[in-house]
Design a protein around this ligand. Structure first.
Ligand code: MTE
Length: 333
């Protein structure tokens, strides 16, 4: 009998590790050993910092009562290495998709979001579970084992970034609430606040908008995959509002629209739920939405991606956004 050793997703071969990941892991180790911030020791860096420039008002000035603020930065999980530099935080924080606030421009969200209230915030977990619970966001994050992971994010619009997220595996919450065996899908819902989120008005200019609130879904197998995270932080501090404070999903092998922001409800259901994009534009956005260079969007190719924050560098798109080892067993095609 031939024994085949299958690599688990996180067992990245040494040959695939990049200078960037080595550099950042080394920074973590040095920080632990010396207790110093290495920024003061390294004058020029080959890429951008994983943690914030604390003096930048764009980064620090917009958070109100950030939950579990003293838990950041969390320890980096070194199993998730990148093949590219981390995106500059200012670039990531000023180029967003958040249709509740503006569906016409990505560079305005960070300004339009100022009056959005993210405190107090509760997340209702219910449906086909034993433990129906309404969590205060601060209690929920403190209860969970938060960690930092470097992930690529690939938008369906063919741009990409690489970001240090802080959060916990969704599976940890699922284990806590104990779904019934009849639960086959997880439906997630964002907030509804049309007074502050003008995109949620029934008409945005002349364009009908909706169906609000934004919803997304995963199968139970996808939701419990070890890559799937509920994220409350970015670049070593609590999430900024434009990134989906106080808590959002990250499923990095899927197009970014699956990674729903500012979640208020997580419901376990029997049937595949409808979602925001699949309901509003079913011919353009499917329910599975796995990153795949071979399947074009109806209006553009998905074979390559533009790296934001660079001089229009393009990279070939990777199947499952490069996370094939973790997730390919979930799908037949
Ligand atoms: N979640 C909500 N509630 N509303 C949105 O418009 N946009 C999605 C996703 N989550 C969106 C959302 C899309 S299309 C992308 S690409 C990512 O958020 C962008 O995340 P970022 O702005 O933090 O980069």
């Amino acid at each position: 009998m031939v024994m085949i050793k299958r690599l688990r997703g996180w067992e990245v071969p040494e040959s695939e590790a990049t200078p960037e990941s080595i550099y950042y892991n080394r920074r973590q180790i040095l920080k632990g050993v010396t207790g110093l911030t290495i920024g003061s020791m390294i004058v020029s860096t080959p890429t951008h910092d994983a943690h914030s420039n604390e003096t930048d008002p764009l980064i620090t000035g917009k958070q109100e009562h950030p939950p579990a603020a003293n838990q950041y930065p969390a320890t980096r999980n070194p199993l998730f290495a990148l093949d590219r530099p981390i995106t500059n935080e200012r670039v990531a924080a000023t180029f967003n998709n958040f249709y509740e606030f503006d569906g016409t421009s990505k560079t305005t969200i960070w300004k339009l979001i100022e009056h959005f209230k993210t405190h107090p915030w509760r997340v209702k977990v219910g449906g086909l579970v034993k433990q129906h619970t309404i969590y205060d966001i601060d209690d929920l994050i403190r209860r969970m084992p938060i960690e930092e992971r470097l992930y690529r994010l690939r938008c369906v619009e063919a741009w990409a970034m690489a970001v240090p997220w802080t959060g916990f595996p969704m599976k940890k919450l699922i284990d806590l609430v104990q779904p019934l065996s009849s639960a086959k899908f997880v439906k997630m819902t964002s907030f509804m606040d049309p007074d502050n989120a003008l995109g949620q008005k029934p008409y945005f200019g002349l364009i009908p908008s909706g169906p609000w609130p934004y919803t997304e879904s995963l199968s139970m197998e996808e939701a419990t995959n070890e890559l799937t995270m509920l994220v409350s932080g970015i670049y070593g501090h609590p999430l900024l509002k434009q990134h989906g404070a106080p808590i959002r999903l990250i499923a990095p092998w899927k197009y970014g629209f699956k990674s729903i922001k500012s979640i208020v409800s997580i419901e376990f259901v029997k049937e595949q739920p409808s979602t925001f994009w699949n309901t509003s534009m079913p011919h353009e956005y499917d329910l599975i939405a796995n990153v795949n260079p071979a399947i074009s969007h109806r209006r553009w190719s998905q074979s390559s991606e533009r790296i934001i924050g660079t001089n229009d560098e393009r990279r070939p798109t990777m199947l499952y956004n490069g996370y094939e080892r973790w997730v390919s067993h979930l799908y037949t095609t």
